[in-house]
Ligand binder design. Structure first.
Ligand code: SF4
Length: 507
């Protein structure tokens, strides 16, 4: 019998949430570094370099890896011989830990959780509640997995109940291209097979929290059907050529993890959940002897990378662009942009569209003519920071607003992450605008390019308010040019063909 106190439980989970906000798991860094060294696509290699540099900066600076600090997922295995010294329930204790971690003044994390999800969608302010899974197991300890899952990757989860004779690999290969780049590859695919609908989803989520060991598996003979499937899916998904950030390249997934469970003879449930460039989780055990003491990882495990200069990199002063002259930037060009940007996310888009539809003026005489907007919701700053980590959010969500905004406001360009849909691309071409991407999962690195920030509209929206940012040498890649050519179409197409000609070695 062991006794776990309320204080030890809350302190441990709170500390773990802070820990994973700035420390990637070392096995993820190792797998990403190996992929970076192998990568031949310059754009994908640069994106991986930014993610690795960002990761080291966060580990050193104790600031979040990504501006989306995630929805908290907690997995508890509670021993049947554990006694609790607490005046409240497990869920309340977990949520108190989340509250303390996300409101920590030394490293505040972004609150991304909204209540009333089908209605008013009000931010809860402290990132509560967590999603909590509990198992009762033999023993006198509590095993805990603390994870913070990014919305961009969670949004790409897939599920199907296949016929028993259907091919799981074929289904996965149909799904992954439809996930686009909003899940910020390279990452991990978690696959749950069997059980019931909800069990398969849970298995997939648990699978992405397992240690990465694909390279070991590639060096030995697979011992069961799950390992055979992992190898086949790993090889075939990477052969799709999607690459880091969907730019086209050799590595889309760093590992494929599979968990299974017996199922009904008539069913083959399959769930797929990706984990992103901001993979964040830690595992520990409480045995009644006090709170967990998570040791910082060795910084030597983080490679020291510098971004390589590219012949196509050019410096651009946004404030000097003449909107009357068509931009000659090509998809895949790397730019270092300086000047003034406006920010906007989902809620501000909706408000601006409503005002435009009612022919009402925009607040503070907001004028988007000839300007660029950055889809971002930054973390709150600390100390002398101008903004906290401020990476891009998924632009595809703004597609439905794009034509009206380009038409009515004279906007010149947008900066976000992931691909644009066909209608948005047509609209970009029709208005001779451009779409640029920053690297998802490199938020702290991007924030260092932001030299000034001020709220210019909708302050009540918090992290979704409209800011004016002044940036210096912010790294971006041209994703859609003024003629509607998209790197997210041409990049994977080119790399799929190239990989088709590269003999794949699995052992
Ligand atoms: S890396 Fe991408 S998907 Fe992951 S949390 Fe950050 S923005 Fe979201």
């Amino acid at each position: 019998m062991s006794t776990i106190s309320q204080d030890d439980f809350i302190t441990s989970i709170c500390g773990a949430l802070q820990y994973i906000s700035y420390y990637h798991p070392p096995d993820f860094i190792q797998a990403l570094h190996e992929a970076y060294q192998r990568e031949e696509s310059p754009a994908a290699r640069d994106a991986m370099a930014q993610i690795l540099i960002n990761s080291r900066m966060c580990a050193e600076g104790h600031r979040p890896i990504c501006q989306d600090t995630g929805i908290v997922n907690i997995f508890l295995k509670v021993g049947m011989d554990v006694r609790w010294e607490s005046d409240t329930g497990i869920d309340d204790m977990v949520n108190e830990a989340v509250r303390r971690a996300y409101l920590d003044p030394d490293n505040p994390l972004r609150g991304s959780i909204v209540s009333d999800p089908a209605g008013k969608r009000i931010n809860t302010g402290d990132n509560t509640p967590a999603v909590i899974h509990k198992d009762i197991v033999p023993g006198d300890k509590v095993d805990i997995i603390v994870a913070a899952k990014g919305g961009g990757s969670e949004n790409k989860a897939r599920f199907a109940i296949l016929n028993p004779s259907d091919d799981i690999v074929e289904w996965v290969l149909q799904q992954v291209p439809t996930m686009g780049a909003g899940w910020c590859p390279p990452g991990i695919l978690g696959i749950g097979i069997g059980g019931t609908a909800e069990k398969a989803m849970l298995l997939a989520k648990e699978a992405i929290l397992e240690p990465l060991d694909m390279h070991n598996l590639q060096r030995r003979w697979p011992e069961n059907i799950r390992e055979e499937l992992r190898l086949e899916i790993f090889e075939k998904v990477n052969a799709l050529g999607i690459g880091a950030q969907g730019l086209g390249g050799l590595t889309t997934v760093l590992d494929v993890k599979i968990k299974d469970y017996p199922t009904h003879a008539a069913s083959k449930p399959v769930a797929l959940i990706p984990n992103c460039a901001a993979t964040r989780h830690v595992h520990f055990t409480l045995d009644g002897s006090g709170p967990v003491d998570l040791l910082p990882p060795r910084l030597e495990d983080w490679p020291e990378i510098t971004r390589e200069a590219s012949a196509s990199t050019r410096r651009v002063q946004l404030d000097d662009i003449d909107p009357a002259v068509e931009l000659d930037w090509q998809p895949g060009d790397t730019l270092l942009i300086s000047g003034k940007l406006l920010t906007r996310r989902d809620a501000a888009h909706k408000r601006i569209i409503d005002l435009l539809d009612r022919n009402e003026p925009l607040p503070n005489k907001l004028d988007f003519r000839g300007r660029f907007i950055y889809y971002v919701g930054p973390v709150a700053p600390v100390g002398d920071e101008v903004v906290g980590p401020a990476g891009p959010t998924t632009a595809t969500r703004m597609d439905k607003f794009t034509d009206e905004l380009l038409e009515k406001t004279g906007l010149l360009g947008m900066i976000g992450k992931a691909e644009r849909g066909p209608e948005a691309i047509k609209s970009i071409a029709r208005h001779k605008a451009v779409y640029l991407i920053a690297t998802g999962g490199a938020a702290y690195l991007v924030s260092k390019a932001i030299k000034k920030a001020r709220v210019v509209a909708f302050p009540e929206l918090g992290m979704e308010a409209v800011y004016e940012l002044e940036v210096e040498d912010m790294p971006v890649t041209v994703a859609v040019d003024t003629r509607g050519n998209s790197i997210h179409e041409s990049g994977p197409r080119e790399w799929k063909m190239r990989i088709g000609n590269i003999p794949v070695v699995t052992k």
